[in-house]
Write a protein that binds this ligand. Sequence first.
Ligand code: IMP
Length: 437
Amino acid sequence: MPGTAVIGLQWGDEAKGKIVDILTAQQDVVVRYQGGANAGHTVVFNGQRYKLSLIPSGVFHPNVQCVIAGGVVCSPSALLAEIDTLVKLGVNVGKNLLISDRAHIIFPWHKIEDAMFDNIASGEAIGTTMRGIGPCYQDKYGRSLAVRFGDLYKPDFEEKIQTIAGAKNRLFNGLIGETDNSQMLPGIGIDIDAGAVFREYKGYADRLEKYVTDTTAYLLDAVDADKRILFEGAQGSLLDVDHGTFPYVTSSNSSAVGVCSGAGVPPHFIKKYVGIIKAYTTRVGGGPFPTELANDTGQCIRDRGKEYGTVTKRPRRCGWFDAVAARYTVRLGGIDTLAVMLLDVLSTFDELKICTAYTLDGSRVTAFPSHVDDLRRVEAIYETLPGWHEDITEVRQFSDLPLNAQNYLKRISGLIGKPIEMVSVGPGREQTIMLQF
Ligand code: IMP
């Protein structure tokens, strides 16, 4: 199987890291292709827990080439901190890591802009991770104020920083007092010191130079050589900037449609899309969430699932499984098989609910609404299934799961219309049920 992509089908945090880690053993190359240090995944390796944001978890496998591709927006300081942590732990980070010279760079002004503009027009805050992700993508598409890794090594780098910092200073100082969030800014008036930014980033550039290359050329050669390449999605499909719950989304194409543009590989190369879902639903940040449980049941899921953000530590909003949303993202991404994560978290309820349709203005709908105002108004229509109380964390065969758990999974698969290939019943690599279908 040359090209395989692992895609989150909900609002992120579907525990993709574990599936990526399992699949990585059979790969030559693992590619991170969108998002930035807003994502975070925890990998358990040699009994230790590692938190990674930018570096693919393939880094723990000595023969796997890791690639941070051009669609990623990268904070060099966050990346270097990850490299330093891994090296201290004895993990090799050398030629096995490549960073695209096309990847865009996050600067201090992007974080200021995240703070300034989060809720400027939308009422409810987007609730970004404040990592400067959106503003960096904004500059990428605006082009004039953007800096890519390749620019760090050109003679006009310092001049570029001077020009951009000057423009940002004028922009910010013109807007002080104009946005609800300007009190979050450090002091009255902003004076970004271009010289200091240049010196800081020149230091990062020197340390990262050995990793920076044309990863598109590398991946196209790998495609020609029929190498096995795994594409590791960050966030989830409902946070996709074009197809998600806009504006309560991230700024990249986090659904399956973003793989080829972010990585720089031909679409027909990817032969398998594995969609990752939790056995329930979570979301962090603002925006509508039709199956949200803002009650004790939601708190119980949060406690049992340890549903607190890897990056920001925020408590995640929790709710029942939403088959309308998942069916939409499965169809959007051409998903072939499913991995259902955190099933063990549900081993406590007498009854479980699955949302099978919505009511919108009195009508039953099964299509996922495109406008956030419509999504806000929908009411979930639920089907109730009997739950189970048995501990399933030691189960390794589907047939050994409690019958009600088997039926719950079969119903999810039936509603979404795709087979389940893996079921996770605990954080460990071995706590995974592999299914034949
Ligand atoms: P941003 O990506 O920091 O701009 O945040 C935009 C929205 O995406 C916010 O609601 C974040 O909470 C959400 N978001 C970003 N990254 C992740 C993630 O890795 N998991 C879950 N939500 C995320």
